[in-house]
Design a protein around this ligand. Structure first.
Ligand SMILES: [Zn+2]
Length: 238
């Protein structure tokens, strides 16, 4: 399972859950997702510095529930700025965390869907990012919606990711409401009837989960009902 430990859209510090001990003792593998506002690549001090602080706080809070990983989006620089600067900011953030004693939860960098200045949307940028941060023991979270909308084909994607990162730690098994390379991040269910041309074939998502050999979670709409159907679909296709 995966959950947030604070408002995903806010900068507030995470709150330690009252059931942290029970979660830590449970056999269910847990992943914590960092807030979306966190952007370690940012060239803006007022975003980058609080992002580093939030990273440390969430990595510590994630450890209290025994999380296997803390998912952090690849981040981006602003229009007209050089992605190389963003990638170097990533390296600096992880170097600082290491110098300060290390993070107690492994950071899993997630690919993102949009923008021309993202560090982990297109895999040629991801490869440069990995060259810079791979030495810090980070892992990778592959989101199928983000890959499709971000312009990376799902066919053979596991091999292409692993040739860059050497690993996939978690799959976000999501459909997409938008077309290939649309740059839009709108998740959809895997159980959509009559998938339109250009949208994700749910069979491909199931194939990615199988090939990845990693845990998978859905981040799909429809509440417990919609997500249960998606999970059932994935289980039936393993
Ligand atoms: Zn995701």
């Amino acid at each position: 399972m995966q959950f947030f430990l604070a408002d995903p859209q806010g900068w507030k510090a995470p709150v330690i859950r009252p059931d942290a001990e029970a979660l830590r003792a449970s056999s269910v593998e847990i992943f914590v997702h960092a807030p979306y506002v966190l952007n370690l690549a940012s060239t803006n001090n007022r975003i980058r510095i609080p992002s580093r602080k939030l990273l440390g706080q969430h990595a510590a809070a994630a450890a209290t529930v025994g999380a296997s990983g803390l998912i952090v989006h690849g981040g981006h620089v602003n229009k007209g700025e050089d992605i190389a600067v963003g990638i170097d900011n990533w390296r600096k953030a992880l170097q600082k965390a290491q110098d300060d004693g290390g993070l107690p939860t492994r950071v899993l960098i997630e690919n993102t869907a949009g923008g021309d200045n993202a560090c982990a949307r297109r895999f040629d940028e991801l490869a440069r990012l990995w060259d810079a941060v791979g030495e810090f023991g980070v892992g990778f979270c592959l989101d199928t919606c983000h890959a499709h909308a971000g312009g990376e084909k799902l066919l053979d994607i596991v091999d292409r990711v692993k040739s860059i990162t050497g690993r996939i730690d978690l799959v976000h098994a999501n459909g997409s409401r938008d077309g290939f390379d649309s740059g839009r991040d709108r998740h959809d269910n895997l159980t959509v009837k009559n998938v339109e041309p250009g949208m994700i074939d749910p069979e491909l998502v199931a194939a990615v989960v199988r090939a990845a050999g990693a845990p998978a979670v859905v981040e799909t709409p429809g509440g417990a009902e919609g997500q249960s159907a998606d999970i059932a679909y994935l289980r039936a296709h393993q």
